[in-house]
Ligand binder design. Structure first.
Ligand code: FEO
Ligand code: CA
Ligand code: CA
Length: 627
């Protein structure tokens, strides 16, 4: 029987259990080095060579040092909360759009039970659990939301006797089906929209959905299995975290903690790639005991077929999703696609694990609006970010010359390629968002308790550096970069920290955060990010919600909004105790925001029975649009 404790762990702690930190963490050195970095955001380094290289207007000051100007937000911030409710500003309303277990087709009406959840038979007919990234598409006058269900809370879904670990194939089926992707039509009902049950566009994509493998890894020996000896088709997508959208209006779903689904009933697989990705031993959900596909002793290449960006056409429910191997294999958070000035396609992507990297894909071909898209996500170059301490940075191409690996190995073991090329180890890169009004992009570095404490899983140094400036970083920061020549495909950029979260009530040093953090907007662990069309940055948190110790005054997880020009950040929304906020999109008319509430506590939102991960809608009472 699987270790019951595994399903209780957060995904980060699951990794930590595989790769424990040393008993002694040289704490004295940690503190010394942290103190020596004090004042970095005070401006001393703000005018380093980055400004000289890029000219005077580009990085003329750090945001932290900027004066707070007139608010563009149009609402009064909400206070922190510690309860089991949603809170939005005065003048706004919210409602629940859809909960885990709600029917997508009428045959599943009533399938959800407050006592037992959903049966295996109905598990792919309902909205999945643990909602995450989402995007809204307009198709033939309809509004469709494509939305991820990242993972399942096994103890909530399985009978109590199973104690959080599947005991048979039916229970495995249940858990597998509640993950993946939902495409659902939504319609304005005057109360924050409703799901259109039985819409012809509704679709569930799960661990069982057949997908194509595209790009340089397609057909390669590394992705061949007994079930798919040609290495061209794969069942399913898993641990779908953040999202993205192409310029041609398809959905990008991002496979994050895929490693936790594979285990072995026999011999451990050999190869450095397994260790670097945390694959081996016993899986989180014990699927390997009931399905050979997840058993490394049976199908050692199956995990090589996951951890990709997968493209889905929401307009065609019969379309085959496509795994885009050219964008690399790692714990993909989201995929932020932009159109570079020179016409090429650029996709920014974070690898969310402590001490892993930030990546960029650049297509070889160019795109023109409405033009052909063939090859744009299959033929290109992958880069890893290097952040220099002088606030300049560069994208390092991952090639056989820079990595000592062949092209297929680079895409299958991208982390090892990034290490070889000399990228900068980061504090858990989560979402990347690009400013629609300016050629710049932002990445949430959510936190990293191992910064300065231990190397990453590949043995790479994770000492503090300018972009990850705090040892034992429990608060997180957001970095932004501006490419040279206003071209996202350029290889050089300048960067600064948009915000360092912290607690100025407790700390007078860098753990107090940057100057745009204050008693009124305390938060930790920025994660989800999206820009609205007016150039405001919406920041969602997935952090410590205990409101005590270092996190006192921060309360439940929250969604804030930041003004990139002034640095001002205010709190828009708080979610129920226990939940993280993740996933954000808007109705076609921008009047309704759809916000994901993942793993809530208590019995939210029903008030009794199990807690249910949900998408909520938020809108202004005066009918004005967001952005
Ligand atoms: Fe699924 Fe890194 O968040
Ligand atoms: Ca996340
Ligand atoms: Ca997170």
């Amino acid at each position: 029987m699987a270790d019951k404790s595994l399903t209780d762990l957060s995904w980060d702690d699951f990794d930590e259990a595989r790769d424990p930190r040393p008993a002694q963490n040289q704490f004295d050195q940690v503190v010394d080095r942290a103190v020596s970095r004090r004042g970095f955001l005070g401006g001393a380094l703000a005018f380093g060579s980055g400004a000289a290289v890029f000219g005077t207007g580009l990085m003329s000051s750090t945001t932290a040092a900027r004066a707070i100007g007139a608010s563009r937000f149009g609402f009064q911030p909400v206070d922190i909360a510690t309860d089991f409710e949603i809170h939005v500003p005065a003048g706004f309303q919210s409602n629940v759009l859809v909960r885990w277990g709600d029917a997508l087709w009428s045959d599943a009406e009533g399938a959800y039970s407050a006592e037992t959840g959903v049966s295996a038979d109905m598990s792919d007919r309902v909205f999945g659990e643990n909602t995450d990234g989402m995007e809204l598409f307009e198709v033939d006058g309809k509004q469709l939301i494509a939305v991820n269900s990242e993972y399942v809370n096994a103890k909530i879904n399985l009978p109590a006797a199973s104690e959080g670990t599947p005991q048979n194939a039916d229970e495995v089926k249940l858990l597998k089906n509640l993950q993946g992707v939902t495409v659902m039509e939504v319609a304005d009902n005057g109360n924050g929209f409703k799901v259109v049950v039985d819409s012809a566009y509704n679709r569930r994509i799960t661990h069982e959905t057949e997908m194509a493998i595209a790009g340089p890894l397609a057909g390669h020996a590394l992705v061949q299995t007994k079930a798919d000896p040609k290495g061209m088709t794969v069942k399913g997508t898993m641990n779908n975290c953040g999202s993205g959208r192409t310029l041609w209006d398809t959905y990008l779903t991002c496979e994050e903690n895929f490693n936790g689904y594979f285990g072995t009933t026999g011999a451990e697989p050999e190869g450095a790639g397994y260790k670097r990705y945390g694959i081996g031993g016993q899986s989180r959900y014990a699927y390997e005991k009931f399905d050979a596909r997840y058993d490394l002793s049976q199908e050692p290449n199956e995990p090589h077929r996951h951890g990709f960006i997968t493209e889905i056409d929401p307009s065609d429910p019969s379309s085959t999703p496509v795994k885009r191997t050219a964008l690399g294999r790692f714990k993909h958070e989201n995929a932020e696609m932009v159109h570079a000035k020179d016409g090429r396609i650029v996709v920014y992507m974070g690898d969310d694990e402590r001490g892993e990297y930030l990546y960029r894909y650049v297509s070889n071909g160019v795109y023109t609006q409405g033009g052909p898209t063939e090859g744009l996500l299959d033929d290109g170059v992958l880069y890893v970010a290097k952040f220099n301490d002088d606030q300049s940075g560069e994208w390092l191409a991952l090639t056989p010359e820079t990595t000592g690996m062949d092209a297929a190995e680079i895409l299958c073991f991208t982390r090892m390629a990034a290490s070889a090329a000399g990228g900068t180890t980061m504090d858990r890169p989560e979402w990347v968002a690009s400013n629609p009004l300016k050629v710049e992009a932002y990445c949430a570095l959510t936190n990293n308790k191992n910064r300065g404490v231990k190397p990453n899983a590949g043995g790479d140094d994770t000492s503090v550096n300018a972009v990850n400036p705090r040892e034992t970083n429990n608060y997180g920061q957001i970095v932004r970069w501006t490419p040279v020549d206003e071209n996202h495909a350029a290889d050089i950029f300048a960067w600064d920290l948009y915000v360092m979260a912290g607690n100025p009530k407790l700390y007078g040093n860098e753990y107090g955060g940057s100057e745009n953090v204050n008693a009124g907007n305390l938060f930790n662990s920025p994660d989800g990010m999206q820009f609205s069309s007016d150039g405001l940055l919406w920041i969602q948190t997935d952090g410590n919600y205990k409101n005590e110790g270092d996190f006192e005054g921060m309360g439940n997880n929250q969604m804030l909004v930041g003004d990139p020009e002034t640095g001002e950040i205010i709190r828009f929304m708080t979610v129920p105790y226990g939940a993280e906020v993740t996933g954000l999109c808007w109705s076609a008319d921008k009047k309704v925001a759809f916000v994901g509430v993942q793993h809530p506590g208590g019995s939210w939102p029903d008030g009794a029975g199990k807690p249910r991960s949900s998408v909520v809608s938020v809108w202004r009472e005066d009918g004005k649009a967001f952005g």
